[in-house]
Design a protein around this ligand. Sequence first.
Ligand code: GLC
Length: 672
Amino acid sequence: MSRLRPSSRRLLWCGGAAAAAGIFPKCPHHHHVLGRRLLSSAAAAAAAARRLLDPAPLSPDPIRVPPPRPLGGALGTLRRLHTLPEQVSGAGLGGGDKTFETICIHGVGARPLVVENVAAASGALEDDEEEEARVRVRESEVGEEGAVTLTEEEAKVKEGSGRDAILDGSEVESEARREKEESATEKEAWWLLNRAVVSYCGSPIGTVAANDPGTVNQMLNYDQVFIRDFVPSAIAFLLKGEGEIVRNFLLHTLQLQSWEKTVDCYSPGQGLMPASFKVRTVPLDGSNEAFEEVLDPDFGESAIGRVAPVDSGLWWIILLRAYGRITGDYALQERVDVQTGIKLILNLCLSDGFDMFPSLLVTDGSCMIDRRMGIHGHPLEIQALYYSALRCSREMISINDGSKNLVRAINNRLSALSFHIREYYWVDMKKINEIYRYKTEEYSHDAINKFNIYPEQIPSWLVDWIPEKGGYLIGNLQPAHMDFRFFSLGNLWAIVSSLATERQAKGILNLIEAKWDDLVANMPLKICYPALEYEEWRIITGSDPKNTPWSYHNGGSWPTLLWQLTLACIKMGRHDLAERAVSLAEKRLSNDKWPEYYDTRSGRFIGKQSRLYQTWTIAGFLTSKMLLENPEMASILTCDEDLELLEGCACCLSKSARIKCSRLAARSQVLV
Ligand code: GLC
């Protein structure tokens, strides 16, 4: 049995002041919890929620908040899932850590990138395209299997009136201008993305993973807001100038982080962010008249395989920085509770263990590939997101006496991690030839084959596949084990975050171009290449019928990866590649009803069990389009090379390998 409950002991005492001061976004329904009447009108609720979302100054007087009550009646079997934003503490790092309560100074000089509305320029309305889009949406609404039925409210939103109602005059104007420029597919995508928005107490808080009318009875958890899935939605909204949903998402997921969670009788670390959450409406104390909305998170204790989503916290940090950079609302990241949230995530990631490597040791399925695929250990995807999150945190952490050690730990880890990945994960023709000639069983400090890799491990497909020009970062590295599969997300995010050197980053994009037919073909982009087949599939996936060769996580093609490809291409000045991929996707996605993934070697078929109207497919497409139109916006997510980090690493190396400590040494040692 798994059980979740808000960490009331800690929160009760430390969160009172913050709650009273309105630091946390409050659900108006929680007034009821505090003894007031439930707000009846939706408008009043929304207004109250908006008001309460405005951060107010800290109150010096702690005020006690009642502890969460167990849900009674029919809900007896439900976990205690009150969200109780008012109980979240900003200062609760155990033993009186007050450092986060002091004034914040910005780390790296990050300036807001002010968003101009995406399509400020004028453009003629293409009537026929618009009509085509309408017809397509209409067709999908009626008469087909899995027909989309619109509620009155949805119909209004589709016609534009619903959304306009929440925009003020000037926004409506620029909205109208933008709409003139959007293609029919983009319009449809925006409509679908808005339809996927989930509200909590009258305010938008995230987007559901999928809205597939064909699977209403088998939603599994696709009706939830996934942290990783929301990122492209968030970027799309931010690029469009809509920050509220992202701000709400960041603050509410932050509250979930503080919950005490147990799987059977074990509690994982406190900084863990959930994989997903659901907004549930539950009767108040068994009453049939009063209801409240609560957030019900899943930290992996209900997930298939019971895996902890290591990537969620990393994505949260990356999104927090992007939000600040694009909106200029740095006050959010400077808040005490937000600083604490960052610190809790970092505590989990930076804690000492038995590991010999600076990379993060995780179980199988702890990221986008959330089921067994042989990626336990040190998978590239996690390392790249980890590096990125560390870089983002360093920018956001308030510098003061109490955070100095943390910043030092971040810098040390960044140096070591970048050296480790650049040096040991990188393969190209030359490196594979070196491995091919490796001697084994070397026992010494100066071993060339440090991880004791047996050359027989080089898979036969790779010998012919690796192009003359270019290379990539392998999927995983363990003692006597190199996973030579190409994993797209890790490689792309290594480019975006500057985990890879510039030469490596160019090399990865060259490889994608050279191996276009294998990695892109009919739909960008293969999640990994190649697929596990035969005995390997049986042993490594555990005969997983969902991950059969060239399907789903096992070599399937995921359109959501398009936005990350676009981002990496923009960073490296390869817009041409991104445009090619986007135009391929644009030809199919709408007709195919925005699938989650595609199957077969060349990505020709809609995936066997693929959801339709998958939100991150839709958002990934929109984000890619907008980034290509405004490439300078890519910098809300990218990081540049940091030579100081390299210097730090060269100095460390000099202690163990007698290498001179200097910037020159850094360049020659660490810049491959
Ligand atoms: C699948 C994917 C995972 C995604 C989830 C919701 O489980 O593997 O990455 O977050 O669906 O879309």
